[in-house]
Design a binder for this molecule. Structure first.
Ligand SMILES: Cc1ncc(COP(=O)(O)O)c(C=O)c1O
Length: 388
Protein backbone atom coordinates (compact mmCIF):
# COMPACT_ATOMS: atom_id res chain seq x y z
CA UNK A 1 0.00 0.00 0.00
CA UNK A 2 1.35 3.44 -0.93
CA UNK A 3 0.34 6.39 1.17
CA UNK A 4 1.62 9.81 0.24
CA UNK A 5 3.13 11.61 3.20
CA UNK A 6 1.09 14.80 3.32
CA UNK A 7 -2.47 15.89 2.83
CA UNK A 8 -4.84 15.29 -0.09
CA UNK A 9 -4.14 18.60 -1.82
CA UNK A 10 -0.40 17.91 -1.70
CA UNK A 11 -0.93 14.46 -3.23
CA UNK A 12 -2.81 15.98 -6.13
CA UNK A 13 -0.40 18.88 -6.51
CA UNK A 14 2.97 17.17 -6.72
CA UNK A 15 4.32 14.93 -9.49
CA UNK A 16 7.34 14.35 -7.26
CA UNK A 17 5.96 14.09 -3.70
CA UNK A 18 8.35 14.50 -0.77
CA UNK A 19 7.59 11.32 1.17
CA UNK A 20 5.73 8.04 1.28
CA UNK A 21 4.74 5.35 3.78
CA UNK A 22 4.92 1.62 2.98
CA UNK A 23 2.39 -0.47 4.90
CA UNK A 24 2.80 -4.09 3.81
CA UNK A 25 0.04 -6.71 3.55
CA UNK A 26 1.80 -8.65 6.36
CA UNK A 27 1.58 -5.58 8.58
CA UNK A 28 -2.12 -5.16 7.86
CA UNK A 29 -2.73 -8.78 8.77
CA UNK A 30 -0.69 -8.44 11.95
CA UNK A 31 -2.60 -5.29 12.92
CA UNK A 32 -5.87 -7.22 12.61
CA UNK A 33 -4.46 -10.06 14.71
CA UNK A 34 -3.31 -7.57 17.36
CA UNK A 35 -6.74 -5.95 17.53
CA UNK A 36 -8.46 -9.34 17.71
CA UNK A 37 -6.11 -10.45 20.49
CA UNK A 38 -7.27 -7.61 22.71
CA UNK A 39 -3.66 -6.71 23.67
CA UNK A 40 -2.70 -3.49 21.86
CA UNK A 41 -0.28 -1.77 24.25
CA UNK A 42 3.42 -2.72 24.42
CA UNK A 43 3.66 -6.50 24.06
CA UNK A 44 5.16 -9.21 21.89
CA UNK A 45 5.18 -7.26 18.59
CA UNK A 46 7.13 -4.43 20.22
CA UNK A 47 9.63 -6.95 21.63
CA UNK A 48 10.02 -8.66 18.25
CA UNK A 49 10.38 -5.30 16.51
CA UNK A 50 13.11 -4.25 18.97
CA UNK A 51 15.05 -7.48 18.48
CA UNK A 52 14.78 -7.44 14.70
CA UNK A 53 15.61 -3.73 14.38
CA UNK A 54 18.72 -4.03 16.59
CA UNK A 55 19.80 -7.15 14.65
CA UNK A 56 19.79 -5.18 11.38
CA UNK A 57 22.66 -3.16 12.84
CA UNK A 58 24.40 -6.05 14.60
CA UNK A 59 23.58 -4.38 17.93
CA UNK A 60 22.41 -6.25 21.04
CA UNK A 61 19.54 -4.19 22.45
CA UNK A 62 16.71 -2.11 21.01
CA UNK A 63 14.31 0.00 23.08
CA UNK A 64 11.29 1.18 21.09
CA UNK A 65 9.69 4.49 22.04
CA UNK A 66 6.99 6.90 20.84
CA UNK A 67 9.10 9.13 18.57
CA UNK A 68 12.59 9.92 17.37
CA UNK A 69 12.57 12.91 19.70
CA UNK A 70 11.87 10.60 22.65
CA UNK A 71 14.66 8.32 21.45
CA UNK A 72 17.08 11.29 21.58
CA UNK A 73 15.75 12.53 24.94
CA UNK A 74 15.81 9.11 26.63
CA UNK A 75 19.31 8.39 25.35
CA UNK A 76 20.47 11.67 26.93
CA UNK A 77 18.55 10.97 30.16
CA UNK A 78 20.12 7.52 30.49
CA UNK A 79 23.44 9.30 31.12
CA UNK A 80 22.24 10.10 34.67
CA UNK A 81 22.95 6.43 35.37
CA UNK A 82 26.54 7.11 34.29
CA UNK A 83 27.40 10.06 36.50
CA UNK A 84 25.89 12.95 34.53
CA UNK A 85 24.23 15.78 36.47
CA UNK A 86 21.29 18.00 35.50
CA UNK A 87 22.50 21.02 33.52
CA UNK A 88 25.53 19.20 32.11
CA UNK A 89 26.27 19.82 28.44
CA UNK A 90 25.79 17.80 25.29
CA UNK A 91 27.38 18.90 22.02
CA UNK A 92 25.05 18.98 19.01
CA UNK A 93 25.30 20.40 15.48
CA UNK A 94 23.74 23.82 14.90
CA UNK A 95 22.01 22.59 11.73
CA UNK A 96 19.57 19.75 12.35
CA UNK A 97 15.88 19.25 12.89
CA UNK A 98 14.96 21.24 16.01
CA UNK A 99 14.05 17.98 17.79
CA UNK A 100 17.75 17.28 18.41
CA UNK A 101 18.19 20.44 20.48
CA UNK A 102 14.78 20.11 22.14
CA UNK A 103 15.49 16.55 23.27
CA UNK A 104 18.65 17.64 25.11
CA UNK A 105 16.64 20.23 27.07
CA UNK A 106 13.81 17.75 27.65
CA UNK A 107 16.33 15.42 29.30
CA UNK A 108 17.54 18.23 31.60
CA UNK A 109 20.86 18.97 29.86
CA UNK A 110 22.08 22.04 27.97
CA UNK A 111 22.78 21.72 24.26
CA UNK A 112 26.05 23.31 23.15
CA UNK A 113 25.89 24.03 19.44
CA UNK A 114 28.74 23.58 17.00
CA UNK A 115 28.68 24.77 13.40
CA UNK A 116 28.46 22.37 10.45
CA UNK A 117 30.13 22.15 7.05
CA UNK A 118 27.99 23.10 4.08
CA UNK A 119 29.49 20.31 1.98
CA UNK A 120 28.49 17.54 4.42
CA UNK A 121 25.66 19.27 6.35
CA UNK A 122 27.18 17.62 9.44
CA UNK A 123 28.97 18.85 12.56
CA UNK A 124 32.41 20.27 11.73
CA UNK A 125 34.78 17.94 13.62
CA UNK A 126 37.48 20.63 13.72
CA UNK A 127 35.24 22.86 15.87
CA UNK A 128 34.16 20.28 18.46
CA UNK A 129 37.07 20.42 20.89
CA UNK A 130 36.81 24.15 21.54
CA UNK A 131 33.18 23.60 22.63
CA UNK A 132 34.12 21.05 25.29
CA UNK A 133 33.99 22.20 28.93
CA UNK A 134 34.25 20.44 32.28
CA UNK A 135 30.47 19.90 32.12
CA UNK A 136 30.40 18.21 28.69
CA UNK A 137 29.13 14.63 28.91
CA UNK A 138 28.40 13.61 25.33
CA UNK A 139 28.67 14.42 21.65
CA UNK A 140 25.50 13.91 19.64
CA UNK A 141 26.41 13.86 15.95
CA UNK A 142 23.47 13.89 13.52
CA UNK A 143 23.82 12.06 10.20
CA UNK A 144 21.71 14.60 8.33
CA UNK A 145 20.02 13.45 5.09
CA UNK A 146 21.54 10.01 5.73
CA UNK A 147 25.10 11.32 5.25
CA UNK A 148 27.44 9.87 7.88
CA UNK A 149 29.05 12.39 10.22
CA UNK A 150 32.88 12.33 10.53
CA UNK A 151 32.82 9.43 12.97
CA UNK A 152 36.59 8.71 13.02
CA UNK A 153 37.35 12.19 14.31
CA UNK A 154 34.33 12.26 16.59
CA UNK A 155 35.30 8.94 18.17
CA UNK A 156 38.88 10.11 18.68
CA UNK A 157 37.67 13.32 20.38
CA UNK A 158 35.17 11.41 22.56
CA UNK A 159 37.91 9.02 23.63
CA UNK A 160 40.37 11.84 24.42
CA UNK A 161 37.82 13.67 26.59
CA UNK A 162 36.00 10.65 28.02
CA UNK A 163 32.65 11.57 26.46
CA UNK A 164 29.74 9.41 25.38
CA UNK A 165 28.58 9.37 21.76
CA UNK A 166 24.85 9.38 21.07
CA UNK A 167 24.23 9.09 17.33
CA UNK A 168 21.14 10.88 16.09
CA UNK A 169 20.51 8.50 13.21
CA UNK A 170 16.90 9.65 12.74
CA UNK A 171 17.55 10.17 9.03
CA UNK A 172 20.24 7.58 8.43
CA UNK A 173 18.77 4.06 8.46
CA UNK A 174 21.09 1.88 6.40
CA UNK A 175 24.01 4.32 6.14
CA UNK A 176 27.57 3.03 6.39
CA UNK A 177 30.89 4.61 7.29
CA UNK A 178 34.16 2.85 6.39
CA UNK A 179 32.33 -0.52 6.33
CA UNK A 180 30.75 0.07 9.76
CA UNK A 181 27.04 0.54 10.15
CA UNK A 182 25.81 3.95 11.22
CA UNK A 183 23.87 3.23 14.40
CA UNK A 184 26.52 0.88 15.71
CA UNK A 185 29.35 3.39 16.08
CA UNK A 186 28.53 5.19 19.31
CA UNK A 187 27.31 4.25 22.78
CA UNK A 188 23.71 4.59 21.66
CA UNK A 189 21.98 5.44 18.38
CA UNK A 190 18.54 7.00 18.06
CA UNK A 191 16.25 6.55 15.10
CA UNK A 192 13.02 8.27 14.14
CA UNK A 193 10.41 5.90 12.75
CA UNK A 194 8.13 8.73 11.69
CA UNK A 195 6.20 8.40 8.42
CA UNK A 196 8.48 8.85 5.42
CA UNK A 197 11.59 7.65 7.24
CA UNK A 198 13.17 4.50 5.77
CA UNK A 199 11.74 2.14 8.40
CA UNK A 200 8.54 3.57 9.80
CA UNK A 201 5.99 2.73 12.47
CA UNK A 202 4.05 5.88 11.37
CA UNK A 203 4.97 7.58 14.67
CA UNK A 204 7.78 6.07 16.68
CA UNK A 205 11.43 5.88 17.53
CA UNK A 206 14.02 3.43 18.81
CA UNK A 207 17.35 3.55 20.62
CA UNK A 208 19.85 0.77 19.99
CA UNK A 209 22.88 0.02 22.14
CA UNK A 210 25.33 -2.74 23.02
CA UNK A 211 25.39 -1.54 26.65
CA UNK A 212 23.02 -3.57 28.85
CA UNK A 213 22.99 -0.97 31.63
CA UNK A 214 21.98 1.72 29.12
CA UNK A 215 19.26 -0.53 27.68
CA UNK A 216 17.85 -1.12 31.17
CA UNK A 217 17.86 2.59 31.97
CA UNK A 218 16.13 3.33 28.63
CA UNK A 219 13.39 0.74 29.33
CA UNK A 220 12.78 2.31 32.72
CA UNK A 221 12.84 5.87 31.34
CA UNK A 222 10.22 5.20 28.65
CA UNK A 223 7.82 4.03 31.37
CA UNK A 224 7.91 6.89 33.93
CA UNK A 225 11.24 5.74 35.36
CA UNK A 226 9.75 2.54 36.74
CA UNK A 227 11.94 -0.24 38.20
CA UNK A 228 10.39 -3.55 39.16
CA UNK A 229 6.67 -3.53 39.87
CA UNK A 230 5.82 -0.02 41.01
CA UNK A 231 8.95 1.77 42.17
CA UNK A 232 10.01 4.96 40.41
CA UNK A 233 13.77 5.11 40.22
CA UNK A 234 14.32 7.86 37.66
CA UNK A 235 12.51 10.96 36.45
CA UNK A 236 10.99 9.29 33.44
CA UNK A 237 8.93 9.89 30.35
CA UNK A 238 5.73 8.34 29.03
CA UNK A 239 7.10 7.20 25.69
CA UNK A 240 6.04 3.65 24.94
CA UNK A 241 5.41 2.16 21.51
CA UNK A 242 2.19 0.19 20.98
CA UNK A 243 1.56 -3.12 19.19
CA UNK A 244 -0.10 -1.57 16.15
CA UNK A 245 2.87 0.71 15.50
CA UNK A 246 5.26 -2.22 16.01
CA UNK A 247 3.24 -4.27 13.47
CA UNK A 248 3.79 -1.59 10.82
CA UNK A 249 7.49 -1.59 11.74
CA UNK A 250 7.77 -5.38 11.47
CA UNK A 251 6.31 -5.19 7.95
CA UNK A 252 8.87 -2.50 7.07
CA UNK A 253 11.77 -4.55 8.43
CA UNK A 254 10.86 -7.35 6.01
CA UNK A 255 11.22 -4.98 3.05
CA UNK A 256 14.00 -2.83 4.53
CA UNK A 257 16.59 -3.92 1.98
CA UNK A 258 14.17 -3.38 -0.90
CA UNK A 259 13.33 0.12 0.35
CA UNK A 260 16.99 0.91 0.90
CA UNK A 261 18.02 -0.32 -2.54
CA UNK A 262 15.32 1.72 -4.29
CA UNK A 263 16.18 4.83 -2.29
CA UNK A 264 19.88 4.36 -2.99
CA UNK A 265 19.19 3.98 -6.70
CA UNK A 266 17.18 7.19 -6.58
CA UNK A 267 19.64 9.27 -4.59
CA UNK A 268 22.61 8.12 -6.69
CA UNK A 269 20.62 8.95 -9.85
CA UNK A 270 19.92 12.46 -8.56
CA UNK A 271 23.58 12.93 -7.59
CA UNK A 272 24.66 11.90 -11.11
CA UNK A 273 22.05 14.04 -12.90
CA UNK A 274 22.69 17.14 -10.76
CA UNK A 275 26.40 17.07 -11.72
CA UNK A 276 25.43 19.19 -14.78
CA UNK A 277 24.16 21.89 -12.37
CA UNK A 278 27.13 21.91 -10.00
CA UNK A 279 28.06 25.48 -10.93
CA UNK A 280 24.80 26.56 -9.26
CA UNK A 281 24.18 24.09 -6.44
CA UNK A 282 25.94 22.17 -3.69
CA UNK A 283 24.10 18.86 -3.44
CA UNK A 284 24.28 15.80 -1.25
CA UNK A 285 27.26 13.61 -2.25
CA UNK A 286 28.37 10.10 -1.40
CA UNK A 287 32.09 10.23 -0.59
CA UNK A 288 34.61 7.38 -0.79
CA UNK A 289 34.28 5.03 2.17
CA UNK A 290 30.68 5.86 2.95
CA UNK A 291 27.19 4.80 1.94
CA UNK A 292 24.32 7.21 2.23
CA UNK A 293 21.23 6.01 4.06
CA UNK A 294 19.02 8.04 1.73
CA UNK A 295 16.49 10.14 3.57
CA UNK A 296 16.12 12.97 1.04
CA UNK A 297 18.23 14.92 -1.47
CA UNK A 298 19.63 18.27 -0.35
CA UNK A 299 20.16 21.15 -2.79
CA UNK A 300 21.92 24.36 -1.68
CA UNK A 301 22.04 27.40 -3.98
CA UNK A 302 25.67 28.55 -4.26
CA UNK A 303 26.73 31.97 -3.02
CA UNK A 304 27.44 33.43 -6.46
CA UNK A 305 24.19 32.27 -8.13
CA UNK A 306 22.06 34.93 -9.84
CA UNK A 307 18.87 33.68 -8.16
CA UNK A 308 17.66 33.07 -4.63
CA UNK A 309 16.61 29.85 -2.93
CA UNK A 310 13.05 31.18 -2.68
CA UNK A 311 12.86 31.85 -6.43
CA UNK A 312 14.18 28.36 -7.10
CA UNK A 313 11.80 26.69 -4.63
CA UNK A 314 8.77 28.63 -5.90
CA UNK A 315 9.56 27.47 -9.44
CA UNK A 316 10.07 23.78 -8.69
CA UNK A 317 7.01 23.63 -6.42
CA UNK A 318 4.86 25.35 -9.07
CA UNK A 319 6.07 22.64 -11.43
CA UNK A 320 5.15 19.71 -9.22
CA UNK A 321 8.33 19.07 -7.22
CA UNK A 322 7.61 19.07 -3.49
CA UNK A 323 10.37 20.32 -1.17
CA UNK A 324 11.21 21.18 2.44
CA UNK A 325 13.58 23.81 3.87
CA UNK A 326 16.99 22.46 4.85
CA UNK A 327 16.16 23.00 8.56
CA UNK A 328 17.44 26.01 10.51
CA UNK A 329 20.46 26.99 12.53
CA UNK A 330 18.78 26.12 15.83
CA UNK A 331 20.60 28.62 18.08
CA UNK A 332 20.27 31.60 15.73
CA UNK A 333 17.26 30.96 13.49
CA UNK A 334 14.79 29.29 15.88
CA UNK A 335 13.20 32.02 18.04
CA UNK A 336 12.60 29.44 20.80
CA UNK A 337 16.39 29.35 21.35
CA UNK A 338 16.91 33.11 21.52
CA UNK A 339 17.28 32.94 25.34
CA UNK A 340 20.66 31.23 24.86
CA UNK A 341 21.96 34.59 23.66
CA UNK A 342 23.51 33.64 20.33
CA UNK A 343 23.33 36.11 17.45
CA UNK A 344 23.04 35.73 13.69
CA UNK A 345 26.49 35.17 12.28
CA UNK A 346 27.63 32.89 15.14
CA UNK A 347 26.97 29.76 13.05
CA UNK A 348 27.69 30.96 9.51
CA UNK A 349 27.69 27.58 7.78
CA UNK A 350 24.43 26.39 9.36
CA UNK A 351 22.82 29.74 8.58
CA UNK A 352 24.07 29.57 4.99
CA UNK A 353 22.63 26.07 4.53
CA UNK A 354 19.32 27.17 5.97
CA UNK A 355 19.08 30.41 3.97
CA UNK A 356 20.05 28.75 0.70
CA UNK A 357 19.12 25.10 1.07
CA UNK A 358 16.15 22.90 0.40
CA UNK A 359 15.58 19.16 0.03
CA UNK A 360 13.43 16.99 -2.19
CA UNK A 361 12.30 13.35 -1.97
CA UNK A 362 14.23 10.27 -3.08
CA UNK A 363 11.85 7.73 -1.53
CA UNK A 364 10.93 4.20 -2.60
CA UNK A 365 7.79 5.14 -4.49
CA UNK A 366 9.57 7.54 -6.84
CA UNK A 367 10.34 6.20 -10.29
CA UNK A 368 13.08 7.39 -12.65
CA UNK A 369 10.52 9.30 -14.79
CA UNK A 370 9.57 11.35 -11.72
CA UNK A 371 13.24 12.03 -10.96
CA UNK A 372 13.70 13.02 -14.61
CA UNK A 373 10.82 15.45 -14.17
CA UNK A 374 12.60 16.98 -11.16
CA UNK A 375 15.87 17.26 -13.11
CA UNK A 376 14.13 18.76 -16.15
CA UNK A 377 12.37 21.27 -13.92
CA UNK A 378 15.70 22.43 -12.51
CA UNK A 379 17.13 22.69 -16.04
CA UNK A 380 14.08 24.71 -17.16
CA UNK A 381 14.49 27.05 -14.20
CA UNK A 382 18.15 27.68 -15.00
CA UNK A 383 17.41 28.25 -18.69
CA UNK A 384 14.61 30.71 -17.90
CA UNK A 385 16.95 32.58 -15.56
CA UNK A 386 19.53 32.71 -18.35
CA UNK A 387 21.83 30.79 -16.05
CA UNK A 388 22.49 27.87 -18.36
C1 LIG B 1 17.68 14.62 12.75
C2 LIG B 1 16.38 14.35 13.45
N1 LIG B 1 16.38 14.12 14.77
C3 LIG B 1 15.25 13.86 15.43
C4 LIG B 1 14.03 13.78 14.78
C5 LIG B 1 12.79 13.56 15.56
O1 LIG B 1 12.04 12.46 15.15
P1 LIG B 1 10.45 12.42 15.40
O2 LIG B 1 9.82 13.34 14.43
O3 LIG B 1 10.13 10.98 15.16
O4 LIG B 1 10.20 12.83 16.80
C6 LIG B 1 13.98 13.98 13.39
C7 LIG B 1 12.72 13.89 12.65
O5 LIG B 1 12.64 13.74 11.48
C8 LIG B 1 15.19 14.28 12.71
O6 LIG B 1 15.19 14.53 11.40
Amino acid sequence: MKIAHGNESQKAKFKVPFGTVSITPDAKQLINEVIDSGWVTKGKCVKEFEEKFAALFGVKYGVAVSSGTDADALACASLYDFGAKRGDEIIVPALTFVATGNSVFQAGFTPVFVDVRRTTLNIDPDLIERAITSRTRAIMPVHLMGKPAAMDQIRAIAKRHNLFIIEDAAEAHGAEYRSEKIGAMGDMACFSLYAAHIITTIEGGIVITNNEKMANALRSLRNHGIEGKFAFQRIGFSAKMNEIEASVGLGNIKIFHQILEKRRRNVLYLIKEFKQFEKYFITLQEDAGEKLGPHAFSIIVRENASFTKDEFVDFIEANGVDSRNLFYSIPTQCPSYAFLGHKLGDFPEAEFCSDNGTHIGCHQDLEIEQLDHAVKTVGDFLRLRGAK
